[in-house]
Design a protein around this ligand. Structure first.
Ligand SMILES: Cc1cc2nc3c(=O)[nH]c(=O)nc-3n(C[C@H](O)[C@H](O)[C@H](O)COP(=O)(O)OP(=O)(O)OC[C@H]3O[C@@H](n4cnc5c(N)ncnc54)[C@H](O)[C@@H]3O)c2cc1C
Length: 322
């Protein structure tokens, strides 16, 4: 029996991979409702390894490029790509972003208008990352929880984990040296007047913004990156910067309702890369930072291979086809 502490992104992804390899799994989650206590409930749900490479190591691509395929077995994944734009005065930011990333092509104002008619005439140039995707994070957590249980794993919601577990995936509460919180603030806007179908990134030297469509006129906008352990509600400064940036993207956002705001702590190590570490007989998967949806699948596969080393690729394939 494999016991897992935490049914957030890392814990559920590991439960999935372990159940897939035929293990008996029990997951303990202190929160009562699937996803409700996970920092992932505030996430954008972007599966954007090529854009993220702008400020991250090459591993975000090597580990994250298959994430969309993994998630699409579990929950709807919107493979619409990412469109990166910048206001005319910040065009140098676009050149810099293009230099630091790959997997994109340049698009002009005509192509931007065809892709997203709501942005017609607003931006002269952009970068399009065709292979990127997004999902709805809360739905993804619920769907993954249901899938894992359908595969035979037990998830005990409302139950703090026992002291000794096989695998610890407790995010920011894990007792790991060097783990630090990076605060992220976000908002959800309701603006039925704007129709945008793919993830947009607005480059800005001070307040870069991303916007992820949630459907039904809702858009998640985010997110701040603050070295802080405070999980108090979003500050006025952060919210006004996010809203101003959304307004720069499209003036119709001036009439949007702010449907929700939130703030969460991303668990990160000094290099901002996830790690598997062993401590006192427990394996820890942590440090997913701002890449939980992107990197949890590959990291969970590594964790499962560590815990069930005798599984051969052939066994694995047989189980998948069974
Ligand atoms: C604003 C924001 C935007 C983001 N956007 C993206 C994005 O677009 N794409 C992306 O890939 N990532 C994104 N992320 C990052 C992603 O949300 C995190 O990387 C991920 O949630 C971390 O996963 P985790 O499993 O380590 O922690 P969590 O998801 O927080 O899970 C930890 C779980 O452990 C449980 N737990 C803790 N202690 C115990 C205990 N003692 N017993 C039982 N259960 C316990 C908690 O209740 C929680 O459910 C974003 C994060 C933020 C804050």
């Amino acid at each position: 029996m494999i016991t897992i502490a935490g049914a957030g992104l890392a814990g559920l992804a590991c439960a999935f991979e372990l159940a897939q390899r035929g293990a008996a799994v029990t997951v303990y989650e202190r929160g009562e409702i699937p996803g409700d206590s996970s920092v992932a409930r505030f996430a954008g749900g972007m599966l954007a390894p090529w854009c993220e490479r702008e400020s991250a190591e090459e591993q975000v691509i090597t580990l994250g490029s298959r994430a969309s395929d993994w998630w699409s077995k579990i929950t709807p994944v919107h493979r619409r790509g990412t469109l990166v734009v910048a206001p005319a005065r910040d065009r140098a930011e676009l050149t810099r972003f293009a230099r630091r990333t790959s997997g994109h092509r340049c698009v002009d104002t005509a192509e931007i208008s065809t892709m997203e008619p709501a942005l017609a005439g607003r931006f002269a140039q952009g970068l399009f990352f065709a292979e990127e995707a997004h999902l709805d994070p809360r739905r993804a957590l619920r769907d993954l929880s249901a899938k894992v249980q359908a595969m035979g794993a037990q998830i005990r919601y409302g139950t703090p984990a026992p002291i000794r577990v096989t695998l610890d995936c407790t995010g920011m509460t894990a007792p790991l040296p060097g783990l630090r919180p990076v605060r992220g603030e976000m908002a959800v806007l309701h603006c039925p007047d704007v129709d945008i179908s793919r993830t947009l990134r607005l480059l800005h030297p001070r307040m870069p913004l991303y916007l992820v469509p949630r459907g039904d006129g809702h858009f998640m906008i985010g997110a701040t990156m603050i070295e802080s352990s405070s999980d108090r509600p979003v500050t006025l400064r952060s919210l006004s910067e996010l809203l101003n940036a959304a307004f720069t993207l499209h003036p119709a956002f001036a009439e949007a309702s702010v449907a929700e705001t939130g703030a969460g702590l991303r668990p990160a190590f000094a290099d901002n890369l996830p790690r598997l570490t062993e401590q006192d007989g427990t394996l820890y998967l942590n440090g997913l930072y701002r890449h939980g949806f992107l990197l949890a699948p590959a990291m969970a596969q590594q964790a499962a291979a560590r815990l069930i080393p005798e599984t051969t690729d052939e066994d694995h394939r047989e189980r998948q086809t069974a």
